[in-house]
Design a protein. Structure first.
Length: 111
């Protein structure tokens, strides 16, 4: 089904998964829900998402949230939401991806 917030077609299970991803971005990165959804749409909106559980579900929503918010480090790595693994990252050294431009189709929610 198409939703008002996400650009990709999602069944109920995947809609909940992507909403969890947006929740992770709001809580971890201190951004608005509108910005979180826009970043998800910009990064993953062109993907063909299968019904729940899509292959994406082999990772927690936090993993994909980091990928929508940060640019990978020089080794191609990002934090993933696992505290043990994430201790090796100085998050302050990671580059934040630019938010989608105002007026972009990725912005489906208002601030």
């Amino acid at each position: 089904m198409v939703t008002e917030e996400f650009l990709m077609r999602l069944d109920d299970g995947m809609l909940a998964y992507f909403r969890d991803m947006a929740d992770e971005m709001v809580s971890r990165f201190g951004i608005s829900r509108a910005e979180a959804v826009a970043r998800i749409n910009a990064r993953y909106g062109a993907l063909d998402i299968a019904p729940y559980p899509d292959l994406m579900c082999h990772e927690e929503p936090a993993y994909w949230a980091y990928g929508a918010y940060y640019v990978p480090d020089a080794a191609g790595r990002l934090p993933c939401g696992d505290e043990g693994y994430d201790r090796q990252f100085d998050v302050s050294s990671l580059v934040v991806r630019p938010a989608p431009a105002p007026g972009s189709p990725a912005w489906t929610l208002t601030e």
